[in-house]
Structure formats: structure tokens, C-alpha cells
Design a binder for this molecule. Structure first.
Ligand SMILES: [Zn+2]
Length: 303
């Protein structure tokens, strides 16, 4: 069962529950039973009032992932009381298909510091991929993220966690190792893409972040190696947060079908000491706040 997470001190008393189904059925209707899996569908539900502009950014992030990834998750039955996974989580009584992501704006740690966080509420019992997640944007940072032009990168990054860039997904598959000093992700597709774009690197690949002492449980590429790539644990004003073919390789290793043409152009380029391009005090480190094991839900097998 799901457990309440109590690390949030405040949530809006009045939250707005709306649902936006992104790319629903866009590619499904023409596919026969033997066709490729449909493009990913992400069901986004807002638990806080977001401006039209902010929702547009969320839609753009979801569109990026849905164009890149294809997967038939199956159907899942959700029967959860309100507040089961996180404070403010709505009651769920529905059969659902594909990932469900709640998006809210609330207090995390005040201005600066952590910009956003993700929680994984439930995963598929078939393949450990998340099927219910929450993305929370820090209410004291969301405006400045918009002004600085980094909101799209932050939301796309958090959606990456919500779609499976989590140790809870790759660790059960034995796709990570290296201990605290030199953690790495070992999926073959990600490694192949890394070799194409980072041949200069001679260490174990693909290097995960090693600055926070979490070993392979830190679900970010190593910042000193990847610099501004989307799935590093930092966000840099003026840099691109590119979605690389390496990250798409990661998702291929998890079982998604991947359209590599959606990737941004990207070459692995080490920092070489210019880390000062990251503004101090802005971070996505430790943004995966799953403090209790997510529920494991078996898909409904239609017969
Ligand atoms: Zn992150």
C-alpha cells in the first residue's frame, strides 16, 4: 500500500484538479495488434492553479517525452484514499492506462535551493516503471524559473524521473554499480550512445553523479562529465539542458521503444573548471524524494 509522505509542510488549501491527456491516442488508432507499441501517453493532472504559460511549459515537456518514447504500459486499477502518497493527493478510483503525473506548486525550501522534486507513488509490477508520480515545483522559485528560462528544463528533467530515471527502476534490473566513488549506469543502449558522443572518457560508463555520497542511488548523470545535459542534478541559466541520445538510450534500456531522432544534438563535454556557469544555490540534487517504497501494482491482463 501507499504511505503518506510528510516532508511537505504546506499545500494549498484549494487545489485545482484538472486533467490533460497528452498525445492520447495520437498514434494508437492506426496500429494493429502486431504493430509497434504506441507512442507514450502521459496523463497530466494539476493539483494547483498554474498559469496558462506554465501549463504550456508542462505540455511542451510532456510532448517531448511522448515523441521520444513508445510503450504500452497496460491497464492498472487505482483505488487509493486521498493523501495516500503525498499530502494533497486526490482520491483515486479508476482504471488507468499509462503514466499518471500529478503536478503541483507548493513550498519546498523557500527561494533558491531545491527548485522542484518528484515522488514516485506507484510502479508497474511488470517492469518497475513508475505509473503514478508527483512533480512539485517550489512556489518560491517558479516565477524566477520562468523569467530565467529554465522552467522547461526543470519540468522535462522531473518528468524524466517520473518516467523511470530512478534507482527504483534501474537497480532491480542490475543496471547500476560502482559504489560510492564511481557509480555508473550499465545499460547497453546508454553505454553505446555514450561511446558515440564521449569517446574521450576512459572510466566506467555511464557515469552517475558521485558528489552526494549516494552511489548508484543518485539518479543523475555526473555533472562534471555531462555538464548541462538534461538529467544532471544542476540547472544552468543560459545553457540548453539538452535531451541527449544517451538519456534516450537509458530509456531504451528500461524497455521503452525510442525515437533517437527526437534527441538534441549533444556531445559529452567535461566542465574543465567552468562550473561557475551554474548559478549558486539552484539545484535539482536530491530532487527524487521517494522516502517510502512506492506501491507495486500489477497490470490488468485483458483476456
Ligand atoms: Zn533530478
Amino acid at each position: 500500500m501507499l504511505h503518506a509522505v510528510t516532508t511537505i509542510k504546506h499545500l494549498p488549501l484549494v487545489w485545482l484538479l484538472t486533467s490533460v491527456c497528452v498525445a492520447c491516442g495520437a498514434a494508437d488508432s492506426t496500429l494493429g495488434p502486431s504493430g509497434p507499441p504506441p507512442h507514450l501517453t502521459i496523463d497530466v493532472r494539476y493539483l494547483s492553479p498554474l498559469t496558462a504559460e506554465q501549463r504550456g511549459v508542462v505540455a511542451a515537456a510532456a510532448d517531448r517525452w511522448t515523441r521520444a518514447l513508445s510503450k504500452d504500459f497496460g491497464n492498472f486499477r487505482f483505488d487509493y484514499a486521498a493523501n495516500t502518497c503525498f499530502p494533497g493527493a486526490p482520491q483515486l478510483n479508476e482504471t488507468h492506462h499509462n503514466p499518471l503525473i500529478f503536478i503541483s506548486v507548493g513550498e519546498i525550501d523557500g527561494a533558491f535551493g531545491s527548485l522542484a522534486l518528484s515522488r514516485i507513488c506507484a510502479v508497474s509490477g511488470r517492469d518497475t516503471l513508475p505509473i503514478i508520480s508527483q512533480i512539485q515545483l517550489d512556489q518560491d522559485d517558479v516565477y524566477s524559473m520562468e523569467v530565467q528560462g529554465i522552467l522547461l528544463g526543470v519540468i522535462t528533467h522531473e518528468m524524466g524521473h517520473a518516467l523511470g530515471f530512478t534507482p527504483g527502476t534501474y537497480t532491480p534490473r542490475n543496471l547500476a554499480g560502482g559504489g560510492t566513488a564511481d557509480p555508473y549506469f550499465s545499460g547497453s543502449a546508454a553505454r553505446a550512445q555514450f561511446a558515440l558522443h564521449g569517446a574521450w572518457y576512459t572510466g566506467a560508463t555511464v557515469p552517475l553523479e558521485n558528489r552526494n555520497g549516494n552511489g548508484p542511488n543518485d539518479p543523475h548523470w555526473r555533472y562534471e562529465v555531462f555538464r548541462d545535459e538534461l538529467m544532471v542534478g544542476e540547472i544552468a541559466v543560459g545553457l540548453r539542458s539538452p535531451l541527449s541520445s544517451i538519456t534516450l538510450g537509458y530509456f531504451k534500456d528500461l524497455g521503452y521503444e525510442v525515437d533517437f531522432s527526437v534527441a538534441d544534438s549533444y556531445e559529452v563535454t567535461p566542465l574543465f573548471g567552468d562550473g561557475n556557469r551554474v548559478p549558486p544555490g539552484l539545484t535539482l540534487a536530491n530532487d527524487l524524494r521517494t522516502t517510502v517504497p512506492p506501491a507495486v501494482v500489477a497490470p490488468i491482463i485483458s483476456r
